[in-house]
Design a protein around this ligand. Sequence first.
Ligand SMILES: [Zn+2]
Ligand SMILES: [Zn+2]
Ligand SMILES: [Zn+2]
Length: 140
Amino acid sequence: MAIQLECEKILKERGLRITKPRMSILEQFLSHPNALSHNDIEEKILDIDRITLYRTLKSFEEKGVIHKAIDGTDKPKYALCESSCSEHAHHHDSHLHFRCDDCNHTFCIEGVAIPAIPAPEGYHVKGTDIVLNGLCKNCS
Ligand SMILES: [Zn+2]
Ligand SMILES: [Zn+2]
Ligand SMILES: [Zn+2]
């Protein structure tokens, strides 16, 4: 599917109006296999202002278009969601992230069962973020 059509489809499915900044930001996520930070996107879309970018990422996250790819760094990165994600409901149960030590890219790894990690008494686990690091398939 042409990338433009795919962007339109995702925006429509998630109840987001089609606007130029939304289209171009989403296009970046569709055309990169790795998670993207604010900076990464700013470098690729030169005519976007910070506030629009910030707001768009926020609404994408709320609508289940993208999720924060927790990678152990202090720079938030985002990656495309699975189609099962929707507004206020992200489903990433067997989903972890891999940070490459060489190219510094962060990737979503799907379909790997995450074992239940027992927490000590008195602690209530609400989520598990697992980050693997090493060499990605392009660098190894
Ligand atoms: Zn999600
Ligand atoms: Zn790499
Ligand atoms: Zn992910």
